[in-house]
Design a protein around this ligand. Structure first.
Ligand SMILES: [Zn+2]
Length: 75
């Protein structure tokens, strides 16, 4: 039972981390399968983000303008 609760907790944490990177569902699966290790993976993966060529900030792949410097992102 404790294992089950910790698995759910890890999944939610991974989901929260990865949803900021634009890949919420895969984070949930990784967290569910790997537990605390999944959180570490979620923290260190870049996800679907790309680097803004103007300010070098990591931004979501499906945005057309950088939220930080409003530079037009060309994908
Ligand atoms: Zn930018």
């Amino acid at each position: 039972m404790i294992l089950f609760i910790s698995m759910i907790l890890c999944s939610i944490i991974c989901l929260l981390i990865d949803s900021k990177k634009g890949e919420g569902v895969s984070g949930f699966i990784v967290g569910c399968l790997l537990g605390p290790l999944g959180i570490i993976i979620a923290l260190f993966t870049k996800g679907n983000r790309i680097k803004c060529s103007s300010c070098k900030e990591l931004i979501n792949q499906d945005v057309t303008k950088c939220p930080k410097c409003t530079y037009d992102v060309v994908v």
